[in-house]
Design a protein around this ligand. Sequence first.
Ligand code: G6P
Length: 372
Amino acid sequence: SAAEKGGYDYFMLKEIAEQPKAVADTLLGRIDAGGSLTLDELRIPDAVLREAHKVVVVACGTAFHAGLIAKYAIEHWTRIPCEVELASEFRYRDPILDHRTLVIAISQSGETMDTLMALRHAREQGARVLAVCNTNGSTIPRESDGVLYTHAGPEVAVASTKAFLTQLVAVYLLALYLGQVRGTKWGDEIRAVVKDLARIAEDVERVLETMEPVRELARSLADKDTVLFLGRHVGYPVALEGALKLKELAYMHAEGFAAGELKHGPIALIEQDLPVVVVVPSPRGRSVLHDKIVSNIQEIRARGARTIVIAEEGDEAVVPYADHLIRIPATPVLLQPMVSTVPLQVFACELATARGNEVDQPRNLAKSVTVE
Ligand code: G6P
């Protein structure tokens, strides 16, 4: 009913708007006054976390993209090697697991069959499994050794939005906590990131306030057949997520690529007026990547692409090459996906509406895939 949707036309719009609260709620009570993390609810002893020599993330769909992003944070902050794998592929290739392997199973519903089978397989091999889940008491956290709940609240729309952002928050908390218990040399950086995380909800709010031009742009592209997405570093999984959203909701051909791979194939797809969304890394920090992606934008634009550029406020280098410029607040490099994903959700939702599609219940899709 309209009341359930809180005055929005679709649950998806409501859930996109709820993201600042979902993010804040997922952080709530997990950072103490001194800026340290307290995740007592994990149920996995610190001694076990200290011993871990490998992290493996398994998930499906949008949760898999959260896992791909988590890898950058986990390896950077903990120096523990991290693999990310589609749950449906994981157990069929005889993965190498032992009691010092920490498996993180990410699932909004906690009922996705492939993710469940992956975690069962991991536990049979002696690995410890930690669930990141949004649904209290669901099967995946019940069968795991420990759990860190995301506090997004119920997500009704089939396409995941607020759950994704909270999955990022949760896996980042986990990564920082791992760093904390292991006493990595990143101590000060960890405390700084915790502070930055606390500000992310406000940044998401600011992005949401500036989405009208994105909706307008989406409507203008309603009769296109294909949209490509390019990103690099943590922006690469964001590009994959932007493309997945467009497939799910707008039923359009959409593909995400690592910008560095452009010359190895994707550039052959560029033709006059093809919309290409580019997620631009921060010009601060890893500025080498920023410069490389700016030249990618120039290359595709020279071949006729219509460039839709998502870039930090204050990033002036992209301006001459952006047919459409979508601004996001400047965040630390690893936190950018929490703001850059939001315009892509709005973009896909508006395109779906413009094409007359059912936003909350896209054809052929289910909220939770409980069969293999
Ligand atoms: C389905 C949903 C997606 C979701 C995926 C994984 O495909 O349509 O939105 O990302 O399942 O679901 P889970 O509940 O395990 O996160």
